[in-house]
Design a protein around this ligand. Structure first.
Ligand SMILES: [Fe+2]
Ligand SMILES: [Fe+2]
Length: 188
C-alpha cells in the first residue's frame, strides 16, 4: 500500500508539509475508488504538484493551496473515464477537513474548494492560484497522449513549460512519462 512516507515529499515539492498532511494524504489514498497507480493516481498527483509548485513560484500564487489541489482534485473519481462529477465530489469531500487539518486559512481552503469543484468545468476567475492549479493539471495531459494546447492555459509560466520538453516530462519518483533516468528539473 502506498503511504505518505512514499509520496509526501513529491506532493509538497519545496514546501514543508503541514503537520497534519501525513494523516490527510493517507486518508485520501485509503479512500480512493480508482487504482492509486492509474492515470489519475499518485504519479499524476505528484506531477500536478510539481507543475503547481513551479507555476506558483513564478506567478506569486499560493503553493500550499496548489499542493493540496494536486492531492484532492481527482481523489473522488469513481473511474478513469470522463466522470464529470468528480470535481464537485472532491470539493464536497474537502468539507470533511478543517482548514487547520490542511494548514490553510479559511479563505485558502475556499480557494482550494473552488479550484477542485470547477476543474472539470472551468469557471471565470481572476485568481492566480486557481489558474496555477488548473494549468498544473492540464500540463500532465501528455501522460495520456494528449498534447497541451497553450491557448487553453491561463499562465505564462505554464506556457513556458510547454515550450520546454524537458520540463514537460519531469521525472518524479521515476514514474513520469519519458522519465526513467532523466535528470529531474527542480520545481523552484
Ligand atoms: Fe480531474
Ligand atoms: Fe487531474
Amino acid at each position: 500500500m502506498t503511504g505518505f512516507r512514499d509520496v509526501g515529499q513529491a506532493l509538497f515539492p519545496g514546501i514543508p508539509p503541514p503537520p497534519g498532511a501525513a494523516a490527510v494524504v493517507s486518508d485520501l489514498i485509503r479512500n480512493m475508488a480508482v487504482d492509486p497507480e492509474s492515470i489519475h493516481g499518485i504519479s499524476h498527483w505528484e506531477r500536478v504538484a510539481w507543475f503547481g509548485a513551479y507555476i506558483c513560484r513564478r506567478e506569486q500564487a499560493n503553493g500550499l493551496v496548489a499542493a493540496w489541489f494536486a492531492c484532492f482534485h481527482d481523489c473522488r473519481r469513481l473511474n478513469d473515464g470522463s466522470d464529470r462529477g468528480h470535481g464537485p465530489r472532491a470539493a464536497d469531500f474537502l468539507k470533511l477537513f478543517s482548514p487547520g487539518d490542511l494548514g490553510l486559512t479559511r479563505a485558502e481552503k475556499e480557494t482550494l474548494a473552488f479550484a477542485c469543484r470547477h476543474h472539470t468545468h472551468e469557471r471565470v476567475t481572476e485568481d492566480p492560484t486557481v489558474w496555477a492549479c488548473w494549468d498544473a493539471d492540464r500540463l500532465d495531459l501528455p501522460r495520456i497522449g494528449v498534447a497541451v494546447d497553450p491557448s487553453r492555459l491561463f499562465t505564462e509560466s505554464a506556457r513556458r513549460v510547454v515550450r520546454s520538453p524537458e520540463m514537460l516530462s519531469p521525472d518524479i519518483a521515476g514514474s513520469a512519462p519519458g522519465g526513467g533516468g532523466k535528470r529531474k528539473p527542480q520545481p523552484v
